[in-house]
Write a protein that binds this ligand. Structure first.
Ligand code: KIV
Length: 271
């Protein structure tokens, strides 16, 4: 694992160049120092401190309960583990919906207190004015349209969005509005691959898909899903690359067994 500080940082410009070159962007979520360090050293391009931490870290059913202070706490740990990747922070529910001024104040706090490179907020036309104000002030913003989990109480379920003609049109227009407002990238969540492809082709900025098909400019997954650590949630867009929950279970059973049977610590492990 490299800890050298000489590695070139991934910037918003670099992501734009990757799109132009057709080079795919690999993104994942991170909520802590150790994981961020491993993902960064492996060469991940973008790390999102997602508000999914409300689910996978805090055990909540939705992303709504996580607070500004908690997002800042986790981001500070993540940025300490990162040399190269761009770190983007989710603005939590109700940190930007109240007013543009409130969104401004909270995005400013994230940028001042965490060393992150950008913020992400959910919504299209509805938040375009906020995105414009933030980018005008020098705060890079990533958009997020399609299934936007902060609106779960409005949607009523986590089903795929954009299946009907009307909803697809709405999402397409939202994507255009986010780009026009100045966002540097856009997350497309759980929408038909055909719609994601159409949006990706229409936009200058890169699209990062999650359950949005192969043609997005990049892909993102929630890291504990990919590692098989968070087994409660298994939608079909998650590819499990490991079964770490099983590995942990085995290791912990072995440890308990060794302690109970007086096999740990050995002489070599003692002073
Ligand atoms: O919070 C999160 O992890 C996200 C990703 C699913 C894109 O928003």
């Amino acid at each position: 694992m490299s800890t050298e500080k000489t590695i070139k940082k991934v910037t918003t410009k670099a992501l734009e160049v990757m799109k132009k070159r057709g080079e795919k962007i690999a993104a994942l979520t991170a909520y802590d120092f150790i994981t961020a360090r491993i993902l960064d050293a492996a060469g991940i391009d973008l790390l999102l401190v997602g508000d999914s931490l409300a689910n996978v870290f805090q055990g909540n059913e939705t992303t709504l309960p996580v607070t500004m202070d908690e997002m800042i706490y986790h981001t500070k740990a993540v940025t300490k583990g990162v040399n190269r990747a761009m770190v983007v922070v989710d603005m939590p529910f109700m940190s930007y919906q109240l007013s543009i001024k409130e969104g401004f104040r909270n995005a400013g706090r994230i940028m001042k207190e965490t060393s992150a490179g950008a913020v992400k907020l959910e919504g299209g036309k509805r938040v375009a004015e906020t995105i414009k104000e933030l980018t005008d002030a020098g705060i890079p913003v990533m958009g997020h349209v399609g299934l936007t989990p902060q609106s779960i109480n409005q949607f009523g379920s986590y089903r795929e969005r954009g299946k009907s003609k009307e909803e697809a049109k709405e999402i397409f227009e939202d994507a255009l509005a986010v780009e026009k407002a100045g966002a540097f990238a856009l997350v497309l969540e759980k929408i038909p691959a055909v719609l994601a492809n159409k949006i990706t082709k229409a936009l200058r900025i890169p699209t990062i898909g999650i359950g949005a098909g192969i043609n997005c400019d990049g892909q993102i997954l929630v890291t504990p899903d990919l590692l098989g650590l968070y087994v409660e949630f298994q939608p079909r867009f998650v590819r499990k690359y490991a079964s770490l929950a099983d590995e942990m279970d085995k290791s912990i059973h072995n440890y308990i067994n060794d302690v109970k049977k007086k096999n740990f610590p050995s002489k070599a492990e003692s002073y």
